[in-house]
Design a protein around this ligand. Structure first.
Ligand code: JFZ
Length: 446
C-alpha cells in the first residue's frame, strides 16, 4: 500500500525530465543508447534518378514535382529490377559506419511498396525483381545485430481512396473514402509489424494534409503499439509536429520522439527525445545530378553536435535503381566509420552536454558509478596545448585521449576552469575526443 502511495506521489511530482524511470523508458532504451542510424529512401523514383524533361532537381517527390500522370508513373513498376541489391552488404556498410539501426522506406508518398503486400498490386512482387526487399533486409539485420525499422507514408498518391487528390491531377475523387484507405494502411502495417520479426521504429510521414487529424493519429499509434507493444513511433503519426524543426507542440499528441528535418535544434531539451534526419547531399531519393555532398568533416561534427544536444542522428542514403549505394555516400560512411571505431564510446549511450557553449567544440557525458565522464570533442585544437574546460567545480580524475587511452594527460585547476595539457598535434583533425573524469554529478545546464 505504502509503495503504491509512493509511486502515485512520485508520478505526480516528478518534472517531465525525470520521467526516465517509468516503464515507458525501457522501451526507448535501445534507441537512446544507439544515437546513430541510417535512413534509406528507395523506390521507383530511383529509376528517373531526379531527371524529368528539362529538370534534373527532382527526387522521391518526382511524381508530384514533375506532375507525372499516374498511368505514366506506374510504368516504372515494369522497370524496377535492382539486380545488384545485396541486403547483407547494405547492413554491413551501415554497421561499419557505426550505425545501430536502419529505417527503410516500406512505402513512400508515391504509394509503391517495397514489400510483398496482400493488399495492393503496386508492390515489389509486380516488378521484374519479385523479391521481398524488406524480408531480405530483415534477415540481414537480424544476422548482423542491427535494429530494423520502417518508414511508412500516410500520404499516398496512388491509392484510389486516399484524399486529398493532387490539385493538378485529373484523376476523379468520386466515391473515394478516406476510411477505406485507413483500413488499407492498417492492413499493411499489420504485415509490416508481424511478418518481419521485431521492428524497432515505425517512422510515419506525410501527416500534414488537412484530411489527417489527431483522432486518426492517436488511433494509428495505439493500433501499431497493440501489434507490438515495445515498438517506438515518431511524432509524424499525429499532427503535433511543429514544421521542419520537428519537435512536438505542447498539447496531447501521439508520438515518442520529435523529428527535426535537415536541421539541428540550437540546444537540447531535457527529457525530450528527438532525432535529426538529414541527407548527405540535397535529396533523399537518388538524384544522379546532385553533387552537393556534405564533407566528412561536416558530417562527423554534426554527429557530435547532435549527441551533445541529446539527440539521435538519422543519416540518409538514396540507393540507385540497380540497388547500389552511391559512391560518395559509401566514401562518407567509411570516413564516419573510421572515426566511430576510435570514438564511438563518446556517442553511444551518452547524454547532452552540461556546458552551454564551448569555444573549441562539443561535449557529451556519461554517468559512471555516481561520477561523471565527460567526452570533450575538440574541433579546434588549442595552439598553446591547453584545453580549457570552463565553469566546472568538480574535482578532476583521469584525462586521456580516446586515440591514446593509456597515456594520461595532466589536469590542473585554474580558478573555475579545469585545464588539460594536450600533446602538440591533434590525433584527428576533424574531432579528437578527450575523456575527462570528474567526481560527482554534473547537472545538465542547457
Ligand atoms: C518528408 C518527405 O516528404 C520527404 O520526401 C522525406 O521522406 C523526408 C524525410 O520527410 O519531408 C518533409 C516533411 C515535411 C515537410 C517538408 C518535407 N514540411 O512540413 O514542410
Amino acid at each position: 500500500m505504502n509503495l503504491i502511495l509512493l509511486l502515485v506521489i512520485s508520478l505526480w511530482f516528478c518534472p517531465a525530465g525525470m520521467a526516465r524511470d517509468l516503464p515507458e523508458d525501457t522501451r526507448m532504451e535501445w534507441w537512446r543508447e544507439a544515437r546513430f542510424g541510417m535512413f534509406i529512401h528507395w523506390g521507383l523514383y530511383s529509376i528517373p534518378a531526379g531527371a524529368w524533361e528539362d529538370k534534373t532537381t527532382h527526387g522521391e517527390w518526382i511524381r508530384q514535382t514533375a506532375q507525372i500522370p499516374i498511368e505514366v508513373y506506374d510504368q516504372f513498376i515494369g522497370e524496377f529490377n535492382p539486380l545488384k541489391f545485396d541486403a547483407d552488404e547494405w547492413v554491413r556498410m551501415a554497421k561499419a559506419a557505426g550505425m545501430k539501426y536502419i529505417v527503410l522506406t516500406s512505402k513512400h508518398h508515391d504509394g509503391f511498396c517495397l514489400f510483398n503486400s496482400n493488399y495492393t498490386d503496386f508492390d515489389i512482387m509486380n516488378t521484374p525483381f519479385k523479391r521481398d526487399i524488406l524480408k531480405e533486409l530483415a534477415d540481414a539485420c537480424r544476422d548482423q545485430g542491427i535494429k530494423l525499422c520502417w518508414y511508412h507514408s500516410i500520404m499516398d498518391w496512388h491509392h484510389p481512396d486516399y484524399l486529398p487528390r493532387r490539385s493538378w491531377e485529373d484523376r476523379s475523387a468520386d466515391g473515394a473514402e478516406l476510411d477505406r484507405y485507413i483500413t488499407y494502411m492498417k492492413n499493411q502495417l499489420k504485415e509490416l509489424v508481424t511478418n518481419y520479426g521485431d521492428i524497432g521504429v515505425l517512422w510515419f510521414d506525410g501527416e500534414w494534409e488537412d484530411t489527417w487529424h489527431h483522432e486518426y493519429g492517436q488511433d494509428l499509434y495505439d493500433y501499431v503499439r497493440s501489434l507490438q507493444p515495445s515498438i517506438i513511433i515518431n511524432n509524424r503519426v499525429d499532427v503535433g509536429r511543429s514544421g521542419m524543426q520537428g519537435l512536438t507542440k505542447k498539447g496531447s499528441y501521439a508520438g515518442d520522439f520529435g523529428t527535426p528535418e535537415q536541421e539541428i535544434p540550437p540546444t537540447g531539451i531535457p527529457g525530450v527525445d528527438w532525432e535529426t534526419c538529414m541527407t548527405m547531399n540535397d535529396h533523399w531519393g537518388y538524384n544522379k545530378n546532385d553533387n552537393n555532398w556534405k564533407s566528412d568533416v561536416d558530417l562527423i561534427r554534426k554527429l557530435a553536435d547532435i549527441a551533445s544536444k541529446g539527440g539521435n542522428f538519422l543519416l540518409n542514403v538514396g540507393p540507385t535503381a540497380e540497388g547500389l549505394f552511391p559512391q560518395p555516400s559509401i566514401a562518407r560512411l567509411h570516413a564516419i566509420g573510421r572515426w566511430m571505431q576510435v570514438n564511438g564510446v563518446a556517442i553511444y549511450g551518452t547524454s547532452a552536454s552540461p556546458f552551454k557553449d564551448l569555444s573549441w567544440g562539443r561535449c557529451t557525458q556519461k554517468s559512471i558509478k555516481g561520477n561523471t565522464r565527460l567526452y570533450l570533442h575538440v574541433f579546434s585544437w588549442p595552439a598553446d596545448g591547453q584545453l580549457v574546460v570552463p565553469g566546472i567545480y568538480n574535482n578532476p580524475g583521469d584525462a586521456f585521449l580516446l586515440a591514446a587511452p593509456t597515456k594520461k594527460l595532466a589536469v590542473h585547476r585554474k580558478e573555475d576552469a579545469l585545464v588539460i595539457n594536450l600533446p602538440e598535434t591533434a590525433p584527428d583533425l576533424i574531432n579528437s575526443v578527450v575523456v575527462l573524469d570528474v567526481a560527482g554529478k554534473r547537472e545538465c545546464a542547457i
